[in-house]
Design a binder for this molecule. Structure first.
Ligand SMILES: [Zn+2]
Length: 278
């Protein structure tokens, strides 16, 4: 791997670059004014020729090939190829997780120069974990475009109900929606904090969180997102909390009265906390 420390004119910082590139890609998407985002159309526009849905080890992969790209997305059962280059009309339904993977893989193409017959990585594009983080960020923007999400959040307080509605509407996972809400930084006084957790090994970890600024005075904003819930919520989480499916308490956290409600998630061991000021 090259560590490029060359002296060249500064491009926009990598996070700005990916935001700009993702927005530009979305703008080219015709009819992109209503969710959910047509990821197959977006992939086609980014010169993706084939999408493989198949059992595989990772969640997804992108390969530069002659004339564009091929993308593989993990599927537990299906093993099929969608030929975007041949106007294949099939658009198999994807789960929210697969949609995120496909959006992430499309984001990888943003770091390639498409003017070549076989796309080549842009000089000085980020590598490793930083590249993956940027592709996750762009994937979120693809699935939940700024303008649409802003419009949907205007006048609608952040709550678990709103989150579920947005997840269905954008066909995006809870964690993707929460991260986007957090990124957009729209603040309304009635917003609730939403903490989404999953059990991983022996710990319950915060996977995504939105804590509105007024609550940040008493609730730490869990960042980066992988944080132990036990540590984060120790000021109000009791022993009973861990064994109850539904747990709702009014608690006093540093003098602020909060209503903390635990609700089970749709999948496995995931659950949400919804926290509001009483
Ligand atoms: Zn990746």
């Amino acid at each position: 791997m090259r560590t490029s420390q060359r002296t060249r004119k500064r491009k926009p910082p990598p996070n700005k670059y990916v935001d700009m590139a993702a927005r530009a890609a979305l703008r080219c998407l015709e009819g992109g004014t209503e969710p959910p985002t047509d990821l197959f159309a977006l992939a086609h526009m980014r010169r993706v020729k084939k999408i493989y849905l198949r059992p595989m080890v990772g969640e997804g992969a992108t390969y530069a090939v002659n004339g564009g790209f091929e993308i593989a997305v993990r599927d537990r059962i299906r093993d099929e190829v969608i030929r975007l280059d041949l106007d294949d009309p099939r658009r198999p339904p994807l789960e929210a997780r697969q949609r995120f993977t496909l959006a992430h893989e499309i984001a990888h193409t943003l770091y390639y120069d498409l003017n070549k017959q076989r796309p080549v990585l842009i000089n000085d594009s980020p590598r490793g974990d930083m590249l993956e983080a940027f592709c996750n960020r762009a994937a979120g923007m693809f699935l939940l475009p700024d303008a649409l999400l802003r419009a949907d959040l205007a006048g609608r307080p952040v709550s678990l109900e709103a989150l579920r509605w947005l997840s269905r509407r954008y066909r995006a996972s809870s964690s993707a929606v929460i991260r986007r809400i957090d990124e957009l930084g729209i603040v309304k006084p009635e917003d609730h904090a939403i903490i989404y957790t999953e059990r991983r090994a022996d710990e319950v970890e915060i996977v995504a969180a939105f804590v509105p600024p007024p609550l940040q005075v008493v609730l730490p904003r869990p960042k980066p997102y992988i944080t132990k819930l036990r540590t984060w919520g120790r000021s109000f989480i009791t022993t009973e909390f861990w064994t109850s499916q539904l747990w709702r308490r009014e608690v006093d956290v540093y003098g602020l009265k909060l209503c903390v409600e635990k609700r089970t998630g749709e999948i496995g061991d995931a659950f949400y906390l919804e926290i509001s000021v009483v």
